[in-house]
Design a protein around this ligand. Sequence first.
Ligand SMILES: [Fe+2]
Ligand SMILES: [Fe+2]
Length: 288
Amino acid sequence: MPCGPIKLFHLSDIHFGLEDQRAIDWVRDCIARERPDAVAITGDLTMRARHREFRAACEWITALDVPVTVEVGNHDIPYFNLYQRFFAPYQRFKKIEKLVETQLDLPDLAIVPLRTTTRAQYQRFPWSNGWVTERALDHCLEAIDAHPEGTRILVTAHHPLTERRERDGKLLTINGTSTMEALAGRKVMAILSGHIHDPFDLTADTAAGPLRMVGAGTLSRRIRSTPPSFNEITIDGDTLHVEARNLERVATPAMQIPEVPENALPPREPGEPISAVGTVPPEDPPVH
Ligand SMILES: [Fe+2]
Ligand SMILES: [Fe+2]
């Protein structure tokens, strides 16, 4: 018997420590009231992976009474404690361990995690951008291949997979192009990501066919060019619809940016967006 539409809330970049209280209260109420089939949080739970930030994140997430999957973001790996960064980077997730990089199985739909965060990158510094290691990709593809044919697949990752910035070819996610090709070859419905702090809904052309890339905005005060938001994703048969919900009532097309930029950096003054809605500044301003 065919099942009805599936509703998924895609949240990202809450950055506890610099969270937008009004926005997260609103999202929590939306989840309690509307009860989506699942919530996918694509990383950057905290600002600096501090213990108190993880405590707040774990408390907020465990209170959501729906299935949740959580990705690890570049801000969630210990920043000040280098020993932990290298030898026990995920220890601070202990309280929500079961939710981290967990696969969610919904009717004829699986949400499969892909790790893009690394504790160090020998190719460059800083290490905030993505890197899909061979191991991470194999792990994800094996999980996809374990499903019966015809299962709809969504992949969740922190970093968008775009390998090079469109306007100048700057390296963003290492191995992004080959990863996108592998996912397109397996007819993945979409890859859901965060990190950018602005939402988008783009389709990449890969050698193996098109791949839908859906980014969620932030729920923090670290806004870039759009107000805090989350994506409501409706999957009905083979169609996937994205709405970028926000408290300012900005319409989804105006919320979604037209290309994948580099990192999101904070504005110059607290609360100040760094560009008009719908535009991406060529360079982020200096951080104070
Ligand atoms: Fe972030
Ligand atoms: Fe990030």
